[in-house]
Design a protein around this ligand. Structure first.
Ligand SMILES: C[S@@+](CC[C@H](N)C(=O)[O-])C[C@H]1O[C@@H](n2cnc3c(N)ncnc32)[C@H](O)[C@@H]1O
Length: 209
């Protein structure tokens, strides 16, 4: 059973120092994807190994998971992957990470924590202010991929993102995955669990206009 972390805890106010692209990646000119709430990074390891024409960045609030992912990365030959520890919301608000958001081709939010109780909604990653800041930072054409097995959370995320004038939904049928950060439709751990347990998966893609 995994331990939930309260993202509003002041321990997460400080954002760790973010290195330059050339320190993070072997080839800093590759397309950049950010996975928010990447857990142990397994999904990103799978992607980075196969899609060497992309750089992958993961952010995760559980420090132990990030430490382990970094250890695993250090023992590998992978040079297109980097992990940041911290609260994604604080990361977004931090001036030193602006250059990252301005250079992203896409972002994924895969099965973010639902925080079911209404009084805990403020702990959800997606907040109107978060989407508002994203809309200011992201370049036109940047994609946001959301996935969850919690219908209420899906509706909430969809309403929050769609309420922002600068994000438009893309019909999955019209989307060419082969050019995306995940051309082989690699599954996240939670996604594999949801499939195994026959849970519904709700997903949507948005584009910054
Ligand atoms: C339900 S897990 C899903 C993990 C993975 N994305 C997957 O699909 O298997 C949600 C993850 O998001 C992380 N998380 C929650 N809030 C976060 C935040 N504000 N910033 C960064 N990571 C966060 C959690 O610690 C957890 O690892």
């Amino acid at each position: 059973m995994r331990q939930h972390v309260n993202p509003l805890n002041s321990n997460f106010n400080q954002v760790e120092k973010i290195p330059s692209f050339s320190q993070m990646f072997n080839d800093s000119k590759l397309n950049l994807h950010l996975d928010i709430g990447c857990a142990d990074g397994e999904f990103l390891f799978d992607l980075a190994l196969v899609n060497t024409s992309w750089n992958y960045l993961g952010i995760e609030i559980r420090e132990k998971l990030v430490k382990n992912a970094r250890l695993k990365l250090g023992k590998s030959e992978i040079k297109n992957l980097y992990f940041v520890f911290g609260n994604a919301n604080n990361f977004l608000n931090d001036v030193q990470s602006e250059f990252i958001f301005k250079n992203l081709k896409s972002i994924s939010l895969n099965f973010p924590d639902p925080w079911f109780k209404k009084r805990h909604y403020k702990r959800r990653v997606i907040q109107p202010e978060f989407i508002n800041i994203l809309s200011n930072l992201l370049q036109e054409g940047t994609l946001i991929f959301t996935k969850t097995d919690v219908k209420d959370l899906f509706d909430y995320m969809d309403c929050t993102i769609s309420s922002n004038f600068y994000f438009k939904k893309i019909d999955k049928k019209d989307f060419n995955y082969s050019e995306s950060f995940n051309p082989n439709k690699v599954k996240t751990n939670r996604e594999k669990y949801a499939i195994l347990n026959q849970l519904d998966i709700f997903e949507r893609i948005y584009i910054k206009i």
